[in-house]
Structures are given as C-alpha cells and as structure tokens.
Design a protein around this ligand. Structure first.
Ligand SMILES: NC(=O)c1ccc[n+]([C@@H]2O[C@H](COP(=O)([O-])OP(=O)(O)OC[C@H]3O[C@@H](n4cnc5c(N)ncnc54)[C@H](OP(=O)(O)O)[C@@H]3O)[C@@H](O)[C@H]2O)c1
Length: 330
C-alpha cells in the first residue's frame, strides 16, 4: 500500500432495503490492529448472507459514517500486518474470511486466524473459498459427522455452499449425494440425483429404496426442514444453517428424534469463528490445498465488476443465479 493512500472506495448501504440502497462511497482505509491483517482486495465472493445483511436480517447498519460494507470473503494481497502476526508477509497473495464483513471494498481488515496463502489457486477462485468451504466442511464433518458410505441430501444444491458441500461429501466417501433445487433449469454437477424442492420426498424415498438419508444440510427451514426430518434413516442428522425460506422459528415434537436416535443440529460460521477461530483456519487451509491440487473439483466462478453489485444482488434474491459469483474489485 502506498503511504500516500489513505482512503478507499467501497460499496455500502446506510439504510436496509432493496439492492438500490447500495452506494459507492469513500472511506478511510482501515488499519490492522494487533493480530490483524490488512488486505488489498482483488476479488470478493458474493454470498446469500450479504443479501440478508442488506435487507436488515442482521440488524441496521452501524459502521463508519453509519454505513455497513458487506462482504464475508475476499482474496488479494496483504498490504499491512498488525502487531504479533506471524507466518504472513506484506505482498502475500491470500484468501480471507471476514466475519466483521467489509469485502465489497478496496481494502479489508480481518484477524490473521482467518487469512491463508492461496498457493497455486487463482485469486478469483480463492475469493469464493473462505466463507463457503469452512461452512461446507463444518456442516459435513464437525456437526454432520459424515462417514464413508453414507447418503447426504443437500438443499439449495446449486448455491455456493451446496455445490462445495456436494464435492466435499464425495471426497469424504459419501455413497450417494442428493440435492434439491428451486427449478428444473438448475442442474448442478456432482449429484447422483437432483429433485425439485417442492416435492422432493418421493424422489428421495425412491432412490434410497425407502431407507431415507443419513445427513441433510438445510439452509431453508419451514416445510423443507420438517420433511427432511421425516426422511432420516436411523442415526440420521439434519443440520440447519439458514432460514432462506423466511419461515422463522417453529417447534417440533422431539420424541421422534429420541425414539429413532436422530439429531437436529445447528451450524453458524460466525459463532464458530468467535469460539474456535482455528477451526476456520484449518478448513480454509484444507480447502485451498485440495482445490489447487485438483483433489476437489470446482467450476470457475462468474466474475462481475463491483459496480454491478445491485444487479448481482437482484439475481441472488430472485434465485436465478447459479454457482459462485465473485466481484472484481480492482
Ligand atoms: N450458518 C452458516 O454458517 C452459513 C454460512 C454460509 C451460508 N449460510 C446460508 O446458506 C444459504 C446458502 O448460502 P449460499 O451463499 O450458498 O447461497 P447462494 O450461493 O446464493 O445460493 C442460494 C441458492 O439458494 C436457493 N434458494 C432457496 N430459497 C431461496 C430463497 N428464498 N431466495 C433465494 N434463493 C433461494 C436458490 O437456488 P434454488 O433456485 O435452487 O432454490 C439460490 O440459487 C443462505 O441462507 C446463507 O445464509 C449459512
């Protein structure tokens, strides 16, 4: 970073609302505190969570000048390092999870715990890794306890987390990887079968010969979650990690879980980052290495200039995008 440079561009909002609330603003470049790293952002991954952030599902904006800069993951070069950071150097090409947001900007600051060298992975691919892959690994391993030979059902199968989870599940030895999507136009790779979400129960029962599934990853909630519970095989687990369907909370008869030795569990990457930052760093390391080596297959992301952020959010909200989208920042 040049010493003369003290301000940066960012895309931010100061009131929750539709995609039109995004403004291109000027902000001071943040300074890395102890244990933190400042990154000159090359690409920022777009996640559905940023739509939710903008809409107000995470609360009203309260950042500098009353603006929030969204963005949970990014890649770029280290511009400055705070006190006590070891193993990283200015100029390193890195990928970073940003639990306090800030990826839709020329510079972003985050704890070194969440920053890892990209190695041989292109920066535009690496930008879509730091939130998505630790989430997928956490869902499948830490909480979902996937074992080789099991069957997994992944809702929102064509999204960023869904696609990553399908590939990782296969690499972990899943026997059958099933998914659900909102429309027949979506045909994500990596699945043995993909069902339309409105009516997935019959299809799942058919391809599992009535046994059901061992693990369900559910970011949708409501009826999808209830039906998923009814499709669990003995010892099965449903891991909930979102409320995309905006159904809100609901109650369930827990006796069925008890009597059938089944589990309904939760996962939240922000919570894991606070309580166990090393878990995020470990999953990020694993993912970057496995993607670079080819052990994990990936489809190249769609790259869009950040000036088009409002349109990108519109397509996310309409559910018409597919695969991973990253913003070109510089
Ligand atoms: N708990 C955590 O730690 C954590 C971490 C990361 C993400 N998440 C959550 O996981 C979910 C997926 O995130 P992502 O970044 O993978 O999303 P994404 O890449 O934007 O994919 C989202 C996909 O979800 C489907 N969808 C289902 N219901 C939808 C709705 N009401 N509106 C729009 N799309 C809908 C759409 O596909 P179809 O057309 O096939 O339905 C859409 O393509 C989000 O809810 C996010 O908040 C949670």
């Amino acid at each position: 970073m040049s010493n003369a440079l003290s301000r940066m561009h960012a895309y931010a909002f100061k009131a929750n609302g539709g995609p039109e609330v995004f403004e291109r603003i000027d902000l001071p470049i943040p300074e890395p505190g102890p244990g933190q790293v400042l990154i000159e952002v090359a690409f920022a991954g777009v996640n559905f969570a940023e739509v939710q952030h903008r809409r107000g599902e995470f609360g009203a904006p309260d950042g500098p000048g009353g603006y929030d800069v969204p963005g949970l993951e990014a890649s770029g070069r280290i511009a400055a390092i705070g006190a006590g950071v070891t193993g990283l150097a200015v100029g390193d090409e890195v990928a970073a999870y940003l639990p306090s947001f800030g990826g839709y900007a020329q510079f972003a600051v985050t704890a070194a715990d969440f920053v890892r060298p990209v190695g041989a992975l292109p920066l535009q691919v690496a930008a879509g890794v730091p939130c998505v892959y630790p989430t997928a690994y956490g869902l499948l391993t830490n909480v979902g306890r996937l074992r080789a030979g099991e069957t997994v059902l992944i809702h929102s199968a064509s999204g960023g987390v869904g696609r990553a989870a399908a590939v990782i599940a296969r690499a972990l030895g899943a026997k059958q990887v099933l998914g659900t999507v909102g429309s027949p136009a979506k045909k994500p790779r990596g699945y043995d079968a993909v069902f339309i979400r409105e009516d997935f129960a019959r299809g799942v029962q058919a391809v599992t010969a009535g046994r059901g599934v061992d693990l369900v990853l559910d970011p949708i909630g409501g009826p999808v979650r209830k039906t998923s519970l009814s499709l669990l095989a003995p010892f099965g687990r449903v891991v909930m990690y979102g409320d995309q369907g905006l159904h809100g909370d609901w109650s369930e008869d827990l006796w069925a879980l008890w009597k059938n030795t089944q589990t309904l569990a939760g996962f939240n990457i922000g919570d894991v980052a606070r309580r166990s930052p090393e878990t995020i760093g470990r999953h990020l390391d694993t993912a970057l290495a496995a993607l670079a080596s080819g052990e994990l297959f990936y489809e190249p992301p769609t790259v869009v200039p950040i000036a088009e952020i409002a349109d990108v959010h519109r397509s996310f909200e309409a559910g018409i995008h597919s695969g991973k989208t990253v913003l070109r920042i510089s």
